[in-house]
Design a protein around this ligand. Structure first.
Ligand code: GAL
Ligand code: CA
Length: 345
């Protein structure tokens, strides 16, 4: 019995010496080690997976002797309950920064509680928690973009195209018959993008007639199905497709392709994001324009914030809005400037 206790004491002592030794080694070398736990709402989302690739790249670029980062990504696969469990696991595995892309942006409390209990800061990204939740703790940050700006820019792109290409009004009734493909209901980027795109078009004097809309959850295949239904209802009356993102604009293009519609029966398509495939479609003149969702800028802001939070320095150099928000601006992409964006990739 006694022997066992001594052995235990020796073991504990040994371990604490080791822990102590590794701590002092870190202090001496001055290396800040980030163990980043990333929880995303759905890894099959094209924009999110491109953003995460960028994030790992930007972290790598910051690794210069005094900073090291390892990243573990978990896919919530559309379930907030699964994501809550994944965050617990990431915390248990020793992560010292969490990057969270909420499944349900209105339901972050459990995740915030886990983080606060363990004093691990959270960088929320892309799916913005409501303001009250962001006030729950001072180590909560958000990196994203202003949904309204993307809607306004999409409206401007469409208005410019309609002005310069009168043939878009195919039936020459002086109105543009349009449909909308919407992202997830309740997502800050869905309703706001639609509203602002339509308001901007109207504000520029374009007469609009809404024929229909379909919810396609940011997803190309769902958008193709919705579009096939809408074409079934409205045949070749549709002159303009406003999609809340590129994946859905591409799905709409797929639908017309499936039906073998010829060029003269096609509407104009606008997306948002500037994904790889989206940019390619603009280059090939299949899509008329998109609004670039600056994933490089967002990823860089997340990486810099991660470094500052772990190293304990540099936080004051970061420019926040309301102390915890970072919004990267959108920009417009058309055939004229698409090459600049393709090079960026
Ligand atoms: C939006 C993006 C969509 C989708 C969504 C997921 O900002 O435009 O393509 O990725 O975020 O939350
Ligand atoms: Ca018309």
């Amino acid at each position: 019995m006694k022997k066992r206790k001594v052995l235990a004491a020796v073991l504990v002592f040994g371990i604490s010496i080791q822990v102590l030794a590794s701590c002092t080694a870190e202090e001496q070398t001055g290396i800040a080690r980030a163990q980043v736990g990333v929880a995303c709402y759905n890894q099959s989302d094209i924009f999110i997976s491109e953003l995460l690739d960028c994030f790992e790249e930007k972290l790598n670029q910051l690794e210069k002797g005094s900073f090291e980062a390892t990243v573990t990504v978990r896919d919530g696969a559309g379930s907030q309950r699964i994501q809550n469990d994944q965050v617990k696991e990431l915390v248990d595995a020793g992560c010292n920064v969490l990057c969270v892309n909420l499944v349900d942006r209105a339901d972050p409390s459990e995740i915030i509680d886990i983080a606060r209990e363990n004093d691990i800061p959270i960088i929320f990204f892309n799916r913005e928690p409501v303001a009250e939740d962001m006030m729950q703790w001072d180590k909560l940050y958000y990196v994203g973009a202003d949904a309204k700006q993307s809607g306004v820019m999409q409206g401007e792109l469409a208005a410019d195209a309609i002005e310069t290409e009168p043939q878009i009004d195919r039936n020459k009734d002086g109105k543009i018959q349009y449909v909308v493909l919407e992202g997830e209901p309740g997502h800050q980027d869905a309703i706001i993008r639609t509203e602002n795109a339509v308001d901007t078009l109207r504000g520029k004097g374009v007469e609009l007639e809404k024929l229909s809309y379909g919810i396609a959850n940011w997803n190309q295949a769902q958008a193709e199905n919705r579009m096939l239904q809408m074409i079934g209802q409205h045949q070749n009356q549709i002159e303009l497709v406003l999609a809340n993102n590129d994946a859905m604009a591409l799905g709409a293009i797929d639908a017309y392709k499936k039906l073998n519609r010829t060029e003269s029966a096609l509407p104009v398509f606008f997306g948002i994001d500037g994904t790889k495939e989206g940019l390619e479609a603009i280059k090939e003149k299949k899509m008329a324009g998109t609004v670039y969702n600056d994933k490089e800028g967002q990823a860089e802001a997340m990486a810099k914030l991660t470094e500052a939070l772990v190293s304990g320095s540099g936080l004051s150099d970061i420019e926040f809005e309301n102390e915890k928000y970072i919004y990267l601006p959108y920009s417009k992409v058309t055939f004229e400037n698409v090459e600049d964006y393709i090079e960026k990739e």
